[in-house]
Design a protein around this ligand. Sequence first.
Ligand SMILES: Cc1cc2nc3c(=O)[nH]c(=O)nc-3n(C[C@H](O)[C@H](O)[C@H](O)COP(=O)(O)O)c2cc1C
Length: 358
Amino acid sequence: MMTDAMISDAVHDGAARGRARAVLDGLWRPGLEFLGSEVAILGGAMSWVSERHLVSAISNAGGFGVIACGAMTPERLAEEIEATQALTTRPFGVNLITMHPALDRLVDVCLERKVGHIVLAGGVPTGATIKKIRDGGARVVGFAPALALGKRLVKMGVEALVIEGSEAGGHVGPVSLTVLAQEILPHLKSVPVFVAGGLGRGDALLSYLELGASGGQLGTRFAAAAESIAHENFKKAFMRASARDALTSVQLDERFPVIPVRGLTNAGSKAFLACQAEALRRFQAGEVSREDAQLSIEHFWAGALRRAVIEGDVETGSVMAGQSVGMVKVIEPVATILHDLVEQAVDALVLRDERASR
Ligand SMILES: Cc1cc2nc3c(=O)[nH]c(=O)nc-3n(C[C@H](O)[C@H](O)[C@H](O)COP(=O)(O)O)c2cc1C
């Protein structure tokens, strides 16, 4: 039986948590309003992973799912958007790669299907693309790898930004989120800014909200969620890995640039070094031109993410993963991941209140 003191404690705890949740909602309000979701957490687009099932699961659980268009054709993207709309009535977005040869048509496909938010990744978008999206009634999100570029994107009409630190999985820039956040958040307040890269806990996300972020974006943790269609081998590799296993691809020679991609080291990443060494040797021996040597390096990973995610070849495939992979311990539903993130932020706020009133 509960005593009066126990009831009073429970009521007090409930009220404290309610106040903390209100503080959290206040901190990420611009993000909530921009996304139209219950929690300002985006599921970062992941090629092959962020399809109808994961995207709708994230949106249905109160977050904001984003379809990864990647190299899809306009017809395939149309199919994926419609299938996602059949699984959720909540808002979700589509991530388009700016250098996709059919970018204009992909934008049309999104606008025709009333997608509310388009995230433009993989380079600086043109003013014409941004205008087309806004005129078509959707909202535009861009990536800011530095303050100056963030300001430029906002001037060009981008309505929200993602700042992604080098801790993230997939293609990454050179600067960590810790530093990017300090460089950008205090100086860019006119649009919501979402932080990404290395986030695995809600209390960590809270610290960025307090620096001025309007929400966060996670990829790695959602890739291993129950609703993710990633192969069992892919998810198991995530559960086994620690942060130090998620490394960026290594470039052997400055004449042959390699785009940094963070993923789990495996036989494939070792073979990639051998491939670069062989290309370098053949170039130096005059057997191939510099262009052909570069092409052989660039072609190495073609189809490798699909091989890992869909076929489960985690030995030679590209197992893209962020350093937050060390925080993936179990396969759990998206709703549990989102719930835990919010609870961890609320716990941190309650603890702070208790410390302040001591
Ligand atoms: C397997 C995988 C594939 C990814 N593919 C893409 C992509 O196609 N486009 C993109 O903009 N970001 C991509 N990302 C980055 C995520 O959208 C997200 O920003 C990142 O995962 C956040 O960092 P975290 O992994 O530490 O949570 C990918 C990440 C992973 C792990």
